[in-house]
Design a protein. Structure first.
Length: 363
């Protein structure tokens, strides 16, 4: 049930989502922080791969818990607790660094409204960190009352920022991994997969395959890279022939949406072709593969939020079930051809995959 508070929150979130003046800031911050996803080891750690889920939600409670604990001591403690409150405030400032880095990692692939909300979230967190740093300095110099006031200001900013962070995760899906969702009970009938289900599942599978290639070595990496090229050739050929055509046909502004996705796909194709020239175990390969992985995951994020979600709203799940079936059939035909023909050159893979997709009956 909607309440007045819900309505106010929705309006506030909508205002941030539509704040186009934040776009240059977001683009600049994204360029500055892009190395966080270019190194495969750093990206895996910040993304929480060793944990099996994003690291940011687990880490962000550490600085917040420290700061809240310090304020509780300020309120209910006595003179003996001054040092503890100062230590907790300083600990929160230090712990804010890994919290910020993990959050930035999850935010980097975003664009549009999600990038804008992330910029506002970052700005509030930065202001909050300044408040708590100033609080720690004041407490260190014996100005306890000033330190308490700065902490309260920081907590207020953190509360608003936490609300925006919740909006990013729960309403906009930033940092959410749907592939790890628990399976439905067997007694519940699973609805047929529509186009969005099919492609989102493939995006998750491609991301996992890229993670495997990045961590493997020798022949195992070479085999994984070959499979990745085949899968991407079939995946993109079907999207270009079926999905982007549907976008141009059905969605307002569909031409611009489809063209933007095709430009991203062309960039990834050029990077894959270049990677074929390097020894898979070389430093050059690892560096370029890290950038490719970042670009492919960013492309998937853009596609899911800017194209697939809109197609699902426009056609509904039922209207996209036959399209999903067609995409799977086309990709299966393309993969069979690629394996049977033994093609290893990515440009040749793309041509064969496109030919196989064109030969598949359309829904």
């Amino acid at each position: 049930m909607k309440t007045g508070l819900n309505t106010l929150a929705d309006r506030a979130a909508g205002a941030v989502e539509n704040a186009a003046f934040l776009d240059p800031v977001g683009a600049g911050v994204a360029r500055l922080l892009s190395p966080l996803r270019q190194n495969t080891l750093v990206s895996a750690l910040l993304g929480g791969e060793p944990l099996g889920h994003p690291a940011h939600p687990a880490i962000v409670v550490l600085p917040l818990g420290s700061w809240i604990s310090a304020s509780i001591l300020d309120v209910v403690g006595n003179d003996e607790h001054h040092d503890a409150a100062r230590t907790l405030t300083g600990a929160g400032v230090v712990l804010a660094v890994p919290a910020a880095l993990t959050g930035a990692h999850d935010w980097l692939p975003t664009s549009g409204s999600r990038q804008r909300v992330g910029v506002a979230h970052w700005a509030l967190n930065t202001a909050s960190l300044v408040c708590f740093s100033t609080s720690w300095l004041a407490r260190t110099r014996g100005r306890r009352s000033a330190g308490m006031r700065w902490s309260l200001a920081g907590l207020g900013l953190s509360a608003v920022s936490a609300w925006l962070g919740g909006h990013l995760a729960y309403n906009q899906g930033v940092g959410v991994r749907r592939s790890n969702a628990p399976a439905a009970e067997e007694s519940v009938e699973t609805p047929p997969a529509d186009l969005v289900d099919v492609l989102v599942g493939q995006h998750r599978a491609l991301s996992e395959l890229m993670r495997h290639v990045a961590s493997a070595h020798g022949e195992e990496r070479a085999r994984g890279f070959l499979q990745l090229r085949r899968d991407l050739a079939a995946h993109e050929a079907a999207e270009q022939a079926i999905v982007h055509r549907l976008t141009r046909q059905d969605l307002p502004g569909g031409e611009a949406i489809a063209t933007a996705r095709e430009d991203e796909e062309s960039k990834a194709a050029a990077a894959l072709t270049e990677l074929e020239q390097f020894d898979p175990d070389s430093d050059d390969f690892e560096q370029r593969f890290g950038q490719l992985r970042h670009d492919v995951e960013a492309h998937a994020e853009h596609e899911e939020t800017e194209e697939l979600a809109r197609l699902q709203r426009d056609r509904g799940r039922d209207g996209l079930v036959p399209v999903g079936d067609t995409v799977r059939a086309a990709q299966a035909a393309a993969l069979r051809r690629l394996v049977e023909d033994g093609i290893t050159s990515f440009p040749a893979m793309v041509e064969v995959a496109r030919d196989a997709v064109r030969s598949t009956p359309q829904a």
